[in-house]
Write a protein that binds this ligand. Structure first.
Ligand SMILES: [Zn+2]
Length: 198
């Protein structure tokens, strides 16, 4: 899916130093993609490097959500999708792990408020508000958390046919492909010999 184009008049926001409140004020989202090879915490020793075209796609939308009798809450909705290559721990073949995530973050104005909300609210991940959120790092964290500890195929590919099995003779004699005409004509050849005049 192509990233939505941004109106040229809008002030550019830096996803690595994001003012979430400013994004909410602006009303539109922010989207992009980042090569997986740059997401260094997703790289595993012993696993091949991701190809340059492998991307982590992200889309962020922020909003001031009105609260009855209180200050509006600042929310960030983050949608991610990517495919990470790992080695299947069952068959040791490569396995492509496709991830599509959606996360809702609630920003608390203070550390104390964050701790309180964290304890009492299960509708969101609570973060302390900063004027400079690294969205790319947050996206990478979420992918890291979503990756299985033990990567495996849902169904491993069929094991390769063993060479001995492959070389086994066919059970059906009529399937013999050798074009030995004399052999097939043998009964008629005998007949012909019998009819041959002496
Ligand atoms: Zn497997």
């Amino acid at each position: 899916m192509p990233a939505p184009s941004r109106p040229s008049g809008a002030k550019a926001l830096n996803p690595q130093r994001l003012d979430v409140s400013a994004l909410a004020d602006r009303g539109d989202g922010l989207a992009g993609q980042r090569p997986l090879v740059e997401c260094t915490r997703l790289l595993e020793p012993g696993e091949p490097l991701p190809p340059p075209e492998a991307l982590l796609h992200w889309k962020a939308l922020a909003e001031h959500r009105p609260v009855r009798g209180g200050a509006p809450e600042l929310w960030l909705h983050l949608a991610l999708h990517t495919t990470v290559q790992r080695t299947c721990q069952r068959c040791l073949q490569p396995v492509a792990l496709s991830l599509a995530l959606e996360r809702d973050f609630l920003f608390a104005p203070t550390e104390a408020q964050a701790e309180a909300w964290d304890a009492e609210r299960d509708d969101a991940d609570v973060l302390v508000l900063t004027k400079s959120l690294n969205l790319l790092e947050l996206a990478e964290d979420e992918v890291l958390l979503a990756l299985p500890l033990v990567p495996r195929h849902e169904a491993c590919p069929q094991p390769l046919v063993a060479p001995a099995e492959q070389a086994a003779p066919s059970a059906d004699p009529s399937a013999d492909p050798s074009p030995e005409e004399p052999k097939r004509d043998h009964p008629f050849a005998i007949l012909a010999q019998l009819k041959r005049p002496h």
